[in-house]
Design a protein around this ligand. Structure first.
Ligand SMILES: [Zn+2]
Length: 343
């Protein structure tokens, strides 16, 4: 079968001769239609980061990334009774393999779900990142006009904004922070009330200009009750890490900070606002099984439009260009359309 093969940072190519997987007991084989390039795949592509969790090795030694995809059931292993050949499904694998003609997926509701007819393969391949957003919104909660801020509005941060809007949470301001204007414009399109470009000066002051400054005996804040950090820490990023800024911004009472963006390195940050303002800092990784179903239902009923977030689409043969494109500020979600023919 054809597959992507990750060779080293900055270097990935298509191979025509990988062994196709056979279904073990409890697994199905999915003939992949669309597979997204995830932010974590980009960390791998740039720095070799978290490689063991992101690629699947073939007997030939090819290392195939891709863990968020859609396709059709192609073969069924022993003990699997829920599926028929040809069923349209979303698959999520713990360890890559999706950027190929075929991939093995364990049959459980956390990794394999049915696609509604009205949802396209491309949209469906963005189910997992939207489910991540649904989990963060559920964990953070927000009500009674509380202000929410999202750091980093790539596909995950945009999904958080969509999740807040689609679930109808009663929130005040929903502010997006990024360094790329195209992404900030997209954030407004999907439901942010305000945007801040981190390059335009002190983020806290820019946000206080929107939400006002809060000063109490516990410290100062920008009246942000929930911070969702989808930026994490990127080596050599200018300015303080977003988590330090989050601690400055977060409200003096009942603040919540959700950390999702990966950390490429250790960070030096001022922790005193954590003591003084007592926000809850929580991590979030992944989703609950029902979030996958909810994400697909929100696409089916039109409450969430994921088509507008797919900025580029490439054939599997053009995998190198697909990755270098995802690594540019213009890209939001780059899709590998495995069955697309090269022009
Ligand atoms: Zn991912």
């Amino acid at each position: 079968m054809r597959s992507a093969n990750f060779i080293k940072p900055g270097h990935i190519e298509m191979r025509p001769d990988a062994s196709a997987p056979a279904p073990a007991a409890g697994e199905v084989i999915v003939a992949v239609e669309s597979c997204g390039i995830c932010g974590s795949d980009l960390h791998l592509y740039r720095n070799n980061a978290h490689k063991d969790a992101l690629v699947r090795a073939t007997p030939e030694g090819y290392e195939i990334p891709g863990h968020e995809f859609s396709g059709r059931i192609y073969a069924i292993g022993d003990g699997v009774n829920n599926w028929r050949i040809g069923d349209r499904v979303v698959g999520v694998t713990g360890q890559g393999g999706g950027m190929a003609d075929y991939v093995a997926v364990p049959d459980n509701p956390f990794q394999l779900v049915a696609m509604p007819d009205a949802v396209s393969f491309q949209e469906a391949a963005t189910t997992e990142p939207l489910a991540d957003g649904l989990q963060m919104v559920r964990k953070a909660g927000a009500a009674n006009g509380e202000n929410v801020l999202v750091f980093g509005v790539g596909i995950i941060g945009l999904g958080v904004i969509q999740a807040y809007r689609a679930t109808g949470a009663d929130i005040g301001k929903l502010i997006a922070v990024d360094v790329h204007e195209a992404r900030l414009a997209k954030a407004l399109e999907v439901g942010a009330t305000d945007t801040v470009n981190a390059r335009d000066g002190d983020i806290v002051e820019q946000i206080q200009a929107i939400t006002g400054e809060e000063v109490t005996w516990r410290g100062t804040s920008a009246n942000i009750h929930v911070v969702i950090d989808c930026a994490g820490y990127i080596k050599h990023m200018p300015g303080p890490p977003p988590l330090e800024t989050a601690l400055r911004l977060v409200a003096c009472e009942n603040g919540r900070i959700v950390c999702f963006g990966a950390y490429e390195d250790r960070m030096l940050i001022d922790m005193m606002p954590l003591i003084n303002k007592q926000p809850v800092i929580m991590g979030s990784n992944g989703y609950a099984a029902e979030d996958l179903v909810t994400a697909l239902e929100l696409m089916r009923n039109g409450k969430v439009d994921r088509k507008g977030l797919i900025s580029h689409s490439f054939a599997l043969d053009d995998i190198a260009e697909a990755f270098s494109t995802q690594d540019t500020p213009e890209a939001i979600k780059v899709m590998i359309d495995v069955r697309k023919q090269v022009a």
